[in-house]
Every structure is written in C-alpha cells, then in structure tokens.
Design a protein around this ligand. Structure first.
Ligand code: ZN
Length: 293
C-alpha cells in the first residue's frame, strides 16, 4: 500500500488556502500496472501544487503591495492636500509681503523726493552764501544799483524800506524796532538779528540808513547797506586805541559789546556782510556793512 495525494478541484478555487491534495490509499497488489502512470501524474500534480503555491505567494505579495499602495495613496493625498494648503498660505504671505514692499517703495519714493528737494535747497543756499561772501563790494553795489549808485539822499531813499527787526531791551524784554534799510538786504538783516537773539546776544539798538560821509567816500549807511549796533558799548575808535582798556568796547565783560566770537558777527558774515571790528584803518565795533564801507 502507498499513500498518494489527490487534487481537489473544489478547494483549488480557494487560492488562499491551497490544501488541494488529499491522501488516499492505493493497493499495489491488485493494480500494479498503473503505478508508473500514477507516479507521473503525482509528479505533475506536485508541479501544479508548486505553481499554485507560487501564485498564492505572488497574490499575497500583490495584496500586500495593494495595501501598501492604498496607504501610500492616502498619505500622498494627505500630503498633496497639506502641500496645497501650504502653497495657499505661502501665496497669501507672499502677496502681503509684496503689498508691504510696494507701500515701502512708495514711501521711500516720497522720502527720496523730499530728500532731493532738501538737498537742492541746501545746494542753493550754499551757492547763494558762497556768492554773497565772495562777491566784491563793487559787484554787490552794481547788483543792487545796475544803473549806478544814488548820488543824493532823495535818490537813495527810494530803495529804503522800514522793517521791524527783533531786539532785546536792557530789562530783558524781547520786542522789535523799526529800522530803515535797503530793500535788497532788509530780510537778511532781520534774519541775522533773529539768529543772534536766539543765540543769546542782546541787541537793544539798531541804526540803518543815514546819509553821511563825504562826496568822495560815501558810507554804506547812505544806501541802507550798513547797520550800527548798541552804539554806546561798541564805539568807533582809531586803530591805535583798538582793544584799549579805557574805551567802552569790553566784549569780555559787557554783554552789549560785540566780540569776534559774537553770534551776530557770524550771522552777518554768513550773509555776505563784514564787521567794522575787522577793519585795519580804524575799529568801528558797532558797524556791519554789506559793501565793506
Ligand atoms: Zn556804521
């Protein structure tokens, strides 16, 4: 007797459980002639079983792969969804950034325009100041009087205006006083006196237009192009008395005297004027002139 396995066609359909062969008993004594053929059939069946096992294994692998693919697909879908959300947010952030940048560029453009305007004003001011400082007294006079300087007080008075300039009284009161000046420089004088007052120098007295001097040597006062400040504390003295202890000019001890470091000297020089305290023929400490005379 030998045990052989047989193929169960019913179970062969359920691939997951490939127990398709069953043992049955074969009697060698009664049917010995068929044995060889049975062996062949059994071998073929074994091959088929191997194939089926392989197919089952492949199917399992396929199933696992499918599960993995499904998982992967789910994850991918989630990732794509997250990615889209991130992209949407990034786009929004980027859009806001762009708006901010545009706004900043617009603001910068505004600032830039202001800056350029300021620089142009400064350049103009430097040019004007340079021009005033470097122009000769003759050129300055020619500029104010293109047809020639006035020869009589009546002629000169045509260009004189009365302006209110800031002063500080001796009791400390800040007020204004009227002074007659050439209309070409009146505003400059006013501004310079304001600067000096702001810097703490007390100008209590300002004199302007005054027809004086001789016919050959007219003072700048004749054209309203000179001013005298705090006359009592800033006398006009011969050169040999300059700085003498007995004169009334005492810039270190008298707050009304004008010294070289006085803010009014700086404010006037900046506007093209010169101070009589710098003259070398005499010292006219009260005197400022646009034409150095
Ligand atoms: Zn003078």
């Amino acid at each position: 007797m030998v045990n052989v396995m047989t193929w169960d066609s019913k179970e062969a359909n359920t691939i997951k459980e490939p127990k398709v062969f069953k043992n049955f008993t074969y009697d060698t004594d009664t049917d010995g002639g068929c044995l060889e053929k049975f062996d062949d059939i059994i071998n073929i069946m074994k091959d088929i079983e191997d194939d089926i096992n392989n197919i089952c294994e492949l199917y399992k692998q396929l199933e696992d792969s499918y599960d993995m693919f499904t998982d992967y697909n789910d994850k991918m879908e989630k990732n794509v969804s997250n990615l889209n959300e991130s992209l949407r947010r990034a786009r929004m952030v980027f859009k806001n950034m762009l708006s901010d940048m545009q706004e900043r560029v617009r603001e910068l453009q505004k600032t830039d325009t202001t800056l350029i305007d300021d620089l142009e004003s400064i350049a103009l001011l430097i040019g004007e100041t340079q021009n005033k400082i470097t122009k000769s007294p003759e050129d300055k006079l020619k500029e104010i009087y293109p047809n020639g300087a006035p020869q009589t007080p009546e002629e000169a008075y045509k260009d004189i205006v009365s302006v209110d300039v800031p002063i500080t009284l001796k009791d400390g009161t800040k007020t204004t006083t009227k002074v007659n000046l050439n209309k070409a420089i009146a505003e400059d004088v006013k501004a310079a006196l304001q600067e000096a007052q702001d810097a703490g120098f007390k100008v209590y007295e300002v004199q302007g237009y005054n027809w004086k001097g001789d016919d050959d040597n007219l003072s700048a006062h004749c054209y309203g192009l000179a001013i005298d400040i705090n006359v009592a504390e800033n006398p006009c003295v011969p050169i040999e008395q300059a700085g003498a202890p007995n004169i009334d000019w005492q810039p270190h001890s008298n707050e009304y005297s004008i010294g070289v470091d006085n803010p009014l000297v700086q404010a006037m020089e900046k506007r093209g004027w010169s101070w009589g305290g710098y003259w070398e023929s005499k010292k006219d400490y009260m005197h400022f002139s646009y034409t150095n005379s």
